[in-house]
Design a protein around this ligand. Structure first.
Ligand SMILES: [Zn+2]
Length: 259
């Protein structure tokens, strides 16, 4: 059997490391897409919340600093988060790439991230934005039900359980979560827009942003995301030029941010 055949069989052909950021409002299906990508590409799914908790739990020097700040009711500063991120992205489970979720949360973080990855010669391939109108999000979330036992999420229209009101996996009674009510959703959305618009604008300005219409059916969205990623991984991608520009432009900004 040739090497090519073996690769095809084992999926080795996909081993080029993939580095992406996934952006999307609550209810746009970010969790579903993240899970698919994680599995398909063997990516480490990195979220700032998990990362912070893990550092605090391990009582690492950075974790201890963060804990002291949080205990004093202070925000963990960008520079500290970025130091953690830099370490996190060196860990063995990141060898095939990563998917950042919930980070960057500000333009400054975005600039610093791009600069950091450039310094590590591990630039981002693409930033995928799952785009969905607020009205559609409210509609979706209010029809969402979740399983208190296994966490599986259903949707009464687009993804209903086989048996009404019961989890397919374990038969538990599904619940409508308190934070899926309309007032809470609208508050979360306005916070999301306020924080994320500048980040989206930043990634657009350096040519990395790719928008996907998240109102389409899940498998269609998945297909579009896959196409974007394949495009970004292709060497002839026009992203390479803009990425280089972005790198030189933001390297100094990153430095000044980190003082
Ligand atoms: Zn369940």
């Amino acid at each position: 059997m040739s090497v090519i055949d073996l690769r095809r069989l084992t999926g080795v052909a996909r081993q080029q490391a993939l580095r992406i950021v996934l952006i999307g409002p609550p209810g746009a299906g970010k969790g579903t897409q993240a899970a698919t990508l994680k599995e398909r590409y063997g990516l480490a799914h990195v979220s700032t919340g998990d990362m912070l908790r893990e550092e605090v739990r391990r009582q690492s020097p950075l974790g201890s600093q963060a804990r002291a700040l949080m205990a004093a009711g202070k925000l963990v500063p960008d520079a500290l988060i970025l130091d953690m991120m830099a370490q996190r992205l060196q860990q063995p489970d990141v060898s095939r790439g990563f998917l950042l979720d919930g980070f960057p949360r500000s333009r400054a973080q975005g600039e610093a991230l791009v600069a950091m990855l450039a310094a590590q010669k591990q630039p981002l391939h693409t930033v995928v934005q799952l785009d969905l109108q607020d009205e559609e999000i409210v509609r979706r979330l209010s029809l969402r039900r979740s399983c208190p036992a296994c966490g599986r999420v259903y949707h009464l229209h687009s993804n209903p359980p086989t048996l009404h009101g019961l989890c397919d996996a374990d038969g538990s009674a599904l619940v409508h979560r308190e934070d899926d009510n309309e007032v809470t959703i609208r508050t979360r959305l306005s916070v999301f827009h306020e924080q994320t618009e500048p980040v989206i604008e930043f990634f657009r300005s350096i040519g990395l942003l790719r928008r996907v219409d998240a109102s389409l059916p899940i498998d269609h969205v998945e297909h579009l995301v896959e196409r974007l990623i394949q495009g970004a991984l292709t060497k002839s991608s026009p992203l390479r030029t803009s990425r280089r520009l972005a790198v030189s432009k933001y390297r100094s900004l990153g430095r000044s941010l980190r003082g």
